[in-house]
Structure formats: C-alpha cells, structure tokens
Design a protein around this ligand. Structure first.
Ligand code: FUB
Length: 330
C-alpha cells in the first residue's frame, strides 16, 4: 500500500492503539485508547466484533501538541476487573471529586457488553476497577461529558457487535434486529451520572438525531444515522454530538442546545480512514481544537491493529466544522 507522506503519524508505533478519548488534565494532553493486540482467535470481520480482543489499557500522554507521546504503561488489565470476561473496548476518562474515572465497556460473564468504572488519583493510572459494572448499563463506547455546572453525562451505545439493537425493549433480547429501514434509526443512549460518578442517576434515555426539518434520521440513511463511538463536546455554548456512521465509515456530527438532545444533524467531520472502524474524540488544547482518530495504515489495513493519530480541527464562523480528509493536504 502506498502511504501518503502527508498523512498524520501514529502517536506510538510500539503497540497498536485505537478509539482515542483525549482530554486535557493537569495542563497536558492525555489520550485514553483501546490497546489492539495480536491473537489467534477470529480475525475476519463478520460483524461480531470478536476480532477486537483487547485485554488491557495503556494511557498515552503528551506535554503539548508537539511533544513526544509517552506510553504510561498498563493502567488496567482484564484480570483485575472482577465482573468482566473479555474485550476491553473503547474507554473514556473524566475528572471530578479530585479523582480520575476510567469508563470502559467489556463483556460480562454472560457475554453481554456492560460499562464499568475504575478510579485513580493519577490521570495515567493505575486504575482500580469497581467490583461490578454500572447497574443498568449495557452496550459499548462510553463517553463522558462533565458540564460547566458539574453535572456529568455518559453517552454510549453501538450497533452490531456492540449489541445496541438487543436493548430496544429495555431488556436484553439476544435475537433482536435493528429497526426497519423506514423507521427512525436507533440513537445513542445518555444517562446522567450520580455525584460519585459510579452509578446512573436516572435510566438511560435514547437520544434523538433529526434532520434540519426536525424529522428523525431513518435507519436506511447510513450516511447520517448513528452507529457507534459517540463524543460530546461544547463549543460556544452548544453541545456537539459526533459519532461513527459505521457502514459508511464517516465521523459526522449533530448540534443541540441541550446535552440530552434532540440533536440536529449538521455534516461530516472526518471522511473514511484506512480500515473498517472509525472512532474519534475532540478536545481543545490551549487555543486550538484537535481531532484524535485512528486508522490501520501502520498495519497495512489489518482491522484489529489500529493506530491513534491526531490533527487540527477548525470551525467556520457559523459554528460548523470543516470536513477533514485524513490523507489530504495538511
Ligand atoms: O475497538 C472496538 C470497537 O471498534 C469500538 O468499541 C468501536 O467504536 C470501534 O472502534
């Protein structure tokens, strides 16, 4: 495969990393990624997600956007999560109560994806997992927003291997399919977190994503409908929900005045990367905004061996986000 010399470089090359959640803690950039591994199990993408067999988390940090990226070592391992059986997928972190919280999905002992929490006094860990997953949690890809009023919200959910289709009744239905093409697409879920950040304050609710006329985005609209990997950031007082469209491999976004929506679809942030999955986060560091994302360029397209990269993200005057081509001119 020909590599474009202008493309962003992987943050680290000694391990494979994916699903980056970036934050500024203690004046530095901290990146909370998945840690992709070699394994002898299923490697073909059949929609199950089983090729993503991650077992631990390594937290990355950078003193600033030009500094070398440091791997702070193993911060949490599957063997130290009492309730989990496998697949430590895309995590996120938050700071509140003088504590760092790592939110992460994994399959429980019954093979059902749940969301757990681990805590540390250090943004780089090591993190200590709670005994059980968050009661009432399900599916994957938690992303936490601590709002300006200190209220914290966790956004989550992913289709296919992420099992979101199976929770439409509020109970786990192993054989459930997604909505018909003419029906509204499934939205990500949001739950406000309790003050100690360890439980949901209220039942998760489904977020509605609508078009410019207020009509729900339909399940057949694969260029715009939600698939996985939610991220919410605030810009000029508005909430921006960005996410992967899965089968069409884009990162897109929608905007709301309320952290729980409804969100109005706006456009594309990142065009497809090398590899099936695309997953991102958006963070302000000093006076610039950055998009952290992953691709499979380092592994020449092997889907379960991804690498985290980042690039500057720019807004237009009207608050819309400029579309990024990961392999275009920088
Ligand atoms: O890394 C495993 C899964 O792949 C994540 O949970 C999804 O968002 C996708 O990136």
């Amino acid at each position: 495969m020909v590599k474009n010399s202008k493309q962003d470089k992987p943050l680290v090359t000694h391990i494979f990393t994916a699903d980056p959640s970036a934050h500024v803690f203690e004046g530095k950039l901290y990146i909370y990624p998945s840690h992709d591994i070699e394994h002898t199990g299923k490697t073909i993408d059949d929609g199950s997600g089983d090729q993503y067999a991650m077992e631990d988390y390594h937290i990355l940090s950078m003193d600033d956007e030009n500094a070398p990226c440091v791997d702070n070592g193993e911060a949490l391992h599957l063997r130290d999560v009492p309730w989990a059986s496998k697949q430590l997928w895309a995590p996120d972190a938050a700071y509140k109560n003088n504590t760092y919280y790592l939110f992460f999905p994994a399959r429980d002992k019954d093979g059902i994806f749940r969301i757990g929490v681990a805590t540390s006094l250090n943004p780089a860990g090591p993190f200590k997992a709670e005994e059980n997953y968050i009661p009432g949690s399900f599916s994957i890809d938690p992303a936490v927003l601590v709002d300006d009023d200190s209220r914290a919200y966790v956004y989550f959910g992913g289709l296919w291997g992420g099992q979101l289709e199976k929770w439409q009744t509020g109970e786990f239905q192993p054989d459930a399919d997604g909505p018909a093409p003419t029906e509204p697409a499934l939205g990500p879920r949001v739950a406000e977190l309790s003050d100690d950040m360890l439980t949901f304050k209220s039942e998760p609710k489904e977020i509605s994503i609508v078009d410019e006329n207020g009509h729900p985005i339909l399940a057949s609209d694969e260029d715009r409908r939600y698939f996985e990997g939610p991220w919410v950031h605030k810009y000029n007082g508005l909430y921006y929900l960005s996410y992967s469209t899965g089968t069409t491999h884009k990162i897109v976004y929608a905007v709301s005045e309320n952290p729980q929506g409804p969100f109005v679809f706006k456009g594309t942030i990142l065009t497809p990367v090398i590899g099936w999955t695309t997953h991102h986060s958006i963070v302000q560091f000093k006076d610039k905004w950055y998009l952290f994302y992953h691709d499979c360029s380092l592994s020449d397209g092997v889907d379960h061996k991804r690498s985290v990269k980042f690039t500057e993200l720019k807004y237009n005057e009207d608050g819309t986000i400029q579309t990024i081509d990961p392999y275009g001119d920088k």
